[in-house]
Design a protein around this ligand. Structure first.
Ligand SMILES: [Zn+2]
Length: 136
């Protein structure tokens, strides 16, 4: 079984698709990633604590966007920086970004993990380059 390129794994993760076969629709509720891919059967949580990396990525992205919000807000209001609008924008980013990025962070982490720990035989039932289902 050939595996997808690293770029494809990242792209599939960013677009909330299965890193192995490329299938979308991996969430059964907005924020809840299915246990495994309905198409290829790949189990997303390979071991307990697997998604700590996704939480880390979500934290990094959120804090990065909070910092950008603060810097841009201060620069736009300079020299009369007003606390309330700046705080409101920052709090909005701090609440909205981690909520909406959460499912993306999880599928992205699945792709990153597959770069670090490639797919092992029996973990999925798909030829990832061709997209055709196979046994094994
Ligand atoms: Zn799949």
């Amino acid at each position: 079984m050939s595996s997808p390129s690293n770029l494809r794994l990242i792209f599939r993760g960013l677009t909330r698709r299965c890193a192995v076969c490329g299938r979308g629709g991996l969430t059964d509720r907005f924020l809840h990633l299915r246990e495994s891919c309905p198409r290829c059967g790949y189990r997303f949580e390979r071991k307990a604590g697997h998604f700590v990396g996704a939480v880390g990525m979500n934290t990094i992205v959120t804090f990065g966007l909070i910092a950008i919000t603060l810097v841009v807000g201060i620069l736009l209001m300079w020299p009369d920086v007003e606390f309330i609008p700046l705080a409101a924008a920052t709090v909005a980013v701090a609440v909205i970004v981690p909520t909406f990025f959460h499912p993306i962070a999880k599928t992205l982490w699945v792709g990153v993990d597959l770069i670090i720990h490639p797919l092992e035989p029996g973990e999925a039932f798909v030829d990832s380059e061709e997209g055709s289902l196979q046994q094994g």
